[in-house]
Write a protein that binds this ligand. Structure first.
Ligand code: TYD
Ligand code: MG
Length: 465
């Protein structure tokens, strides 16, 4: 063979984690998965000749036009909010969720809305066109502008995209799509990834926004697990609240917006209805006083959210007592328990501690610290915290209570929902008084604990005036 011409190198790539191997083997050395290695042909870059520069042009950043990207509204303010202001032309989005979460319903509603002003192609590989039409009529959607197509061959879909140039394409779902040139079943990682890849190439080239529906499998990942996440611009999840009344859209990744925003909908007989002020949807309707339970105010993106925290503290039979958390970081709770011991003089080293955030909410900010320790104390001492009390505040390692961002807004929101007593960082206390609200500003954990031990009576029917 002539020297210089580089022989294409064969590699075996894991379809789960993309680790390359020189030889085939049954198990991937990168992630430990079995039977995931697939043969790929790649051309290694030559060491002697520099890669062709072609038409590539280097410029300074100030010369790049900063014309604002015009976004397309989905017709649903709550959906737009999570997207970061609407769909970005040329971008790709995966909307994930368990079967029955309402992905098709949400997207059909959006599609009909967008179609009033821009061309939209809705491709269904799961439902027949009759089923979709039937649903649209039931939801009283305007259907005369929406282009629909029942198809699972991705090359046929991209050909239609090329011909019709729709502004938005919805593919429901990516797991039933297949590429005729790929010798593997629809839903397999290779198929899902190649179909998504092809769609994103067409999205960029034609400047269309592509939304792919992805079902979550039992392992709570999209089929073709993280493969889609790094291929697309945004990954959103649609989930249901515990009582199944509400649906929440949140983003795991978003190149064009904040991942802290959530969008809330109510699933009704007439489809998904937006919930514009969802701050209190996670509060339980019962006014029972239960030891270990307390309300805190989180900040989700740009809005306050009232949530209930529960702690259960129980004598441990183990040498190494349990710290089990749901919806909040385990390490954070372990750290808070150390502060409780060191600066509050309350030891739980012989107790199992369970902490739960009610409603499937994930707490990712430290503002829940104070409420967590009050709920732990409440359970430990069997003293119920009246349901009209709320608390928030970050706790530092020296036992100080630090202020939280948007403290005033959090307090006002809780007062609006009828809360009567606020245990909050002193630095967050409003200057003036808020009618009907008693403020307990605290500088340290010790002050908050002193207040709780003095005010809360050791029965579950205790009442505070
Ligand atoms: P769907 O959008 O088909 O879910 P997905 O595409 O995520 O699998 O939603 C199905 C569920 O929503 C189903 O259980 C029925 C319910 N639903 C309503 O409650 N009201 C409605 O108006 C519609 C269309 C569906
Ligand atoms: Mg569906």
């Amino acid at each position: 063979m002539a020297t210089g011409a580089k022989k294409p190198k064969t590699v075996f790539r894991c379809s789960d984690c993309d680790t390359d191997h020189n030889k085939w083997s049954g198990q991937c050395s990168g992630c430990g998965a079995w039977n995931t290695l697939e043969q790929q042909v790649s051309v290694a870059p030559s060491r002697n000749t520099p890669a062709g520069i072609g038409n590539s042009k280097v410029t300074t950043l100030d010369k790049v036009s900063t014309k604002r990207i015009a976004r397309l509204s989905t017709g649903l303010v709550e959906f737009d909010r999570v997207l970061g202001g609407g769909l970005v032309p040329g971008s790709t989005l995966v909307l994930g969720g368990f079967p029955g979460a309402g992905k098709s319903t949400l997207l059909l509603q959006s599609a009909c809305k967008i179609a009033e002003t821009n061309p939209v192609l809705y491709v269904s590989g799961e439902e027949s066109l009759e089923q979709i039409a039937d649903r649209a009529h039931r939801l009283q959607l305007q259907t005369d502008k929406l282009q629909v197509l029942a198809e699972t061959d991705i090359s046929a879909i991209t050909a239609i995209m090329e011909r019709d140039r729709p502004a938005v394409v919805i593919v429901d779902s990516i797991q039933v799509m297949h590429h005729p040139d790929i010798d593997s079943l629809a839903g397999n990682t290779t198929q899902v990834r190649e179909c998504a890849n092809l769609l994103s190439r067409f999205a960029k080239r034609l400047n269309s926004a592509v939304i792919m529906v992805g079902h979550i499998t039992k392992s709570e990942n999209l089929a073709g697990p993280m493969t889609l996440n790094h291929l697309v611009d945004a990954t959103m999840m649609l989930s249901s609240t515990d009582d199944a009344r509400y649906r929440i859209v949140r983003s795991d990744k978003n190149r064009f917006g904040s991942v802290a925003e959530i969008g809330v909908f109510a699933m009704t007989g007439a489809g998904m209805k937006e919930v514009r002020n969802p701050s209190a949807i996670f509060l339980s309707k019962s006014n029972k006083e239960l030891p270990g339970s307390i309300i805190t105010v989180l900040w989700e993106g740009s809005r306050p959210l009232l949530v209930e925290l529960q702690a259960l503290v129980d004598q441990s039979a183990l040498g190494n007592p349990r710290r089990v958390t749901v919806g909040i970081d385990n390490t954070r709770v372990a750290m808070l328990l150390a502060v409780l011991n060191r600066h509050g003089g309350i030891a739980v080293h012989d107790q199992d501690v369970y902490v739960n955030v009610v409603g499937g909410i994930r707490v990712s900010e430290p503002s829940a610290d104070l409420a967590i320790l009050l709920s732990v104390l409440s359970s430990l001492r069997d003293r119920a915290i009246p349901p009209d009390i709320f608390a928030f505040g970050e706790i530092g390692l020296s036992g100080e209570v630090r202020p939280c961002a948007n403290g005033q807004e959090r307090i006002r929101e809780a007062a609006k929902h009828g809360f009567k007593t606020a245990i909050v960082p002193a630095a967050n206390a409003p200057k003036g008084s808020i009618p009907g609200l008693k403020l307990i500003p605290v500088h340290s954990l010790q002050e908050a604990l002193d207040w709780a031990l003095e005010s809360l009576r050791p029965t579950s029917s205790s009442h505070r005036e």
